[in-house]
Design a protein around this ligand. Structure first.
Ligand SMILES: [Zn+2]
Length: 134
């Protein structure tokens, strides 16, 4: 798999698409691309549930390369992952700051969100490719 190189404009368009698909239209979300993220993370979301406002940060390709992970850069997966966190926010599962001490619920939630995000992006891309062929 190759790195996905997306401009901020393209990511913002994808954010509009996914906000609609995920029924998160009521949320006001600010998207930021950053070169540095704490703790080897690739994205994060800070939200205010009562105001339905959030700031989503996604690592840039340059920042991602510094993490030296063998996996490809998939900013759309990171984006959908962070958006899905907004749906889970009312459950108030503790944040997964330290993986070793993390609450089992945080680990389970994190895995579920990650798998759902990957599945959704995979299906969108597949649908798009089928459209091109058909
Ligand atoms: Zn997460």
């Amino acid at each position: 798999m190759m790195n996905d190189v997306l401009t901020k404009r393209q990511l913002k368009n994808l954010m509009e698409f996914w906000q609609q698909r995920l029924y998160l239209n009521d949320w006001e979300v600010v998207l930021k691309l950053v070169d540095d993220m704490p703790e080897n993370t690739q994205g994060n979301a800070n939200w205010s549930l009562s105001n339905e406002q959030a700031i989503i940060k996604i690592i840039t390709l340059a920042g991602f390369k510094k993490l030296q992970t063998p996996f490809p850069y998939q900013p759309e997966v990171i984006l959908v992952h962070e958006l899905l966190h907004l749906h889970f926010a009312p459950l108030q599962v503790p944040a997964m700051d330290d993986e070793e001490k993390a609450d089992p619920r945080s680990i389970a939630q994190e895995r579920a969100i990650d798998h759902i995000a990957k599945a959704l992006v995979y299906m969108r891309k597949r649908a798009k490719n089928n459209q091109k062929r058909g």
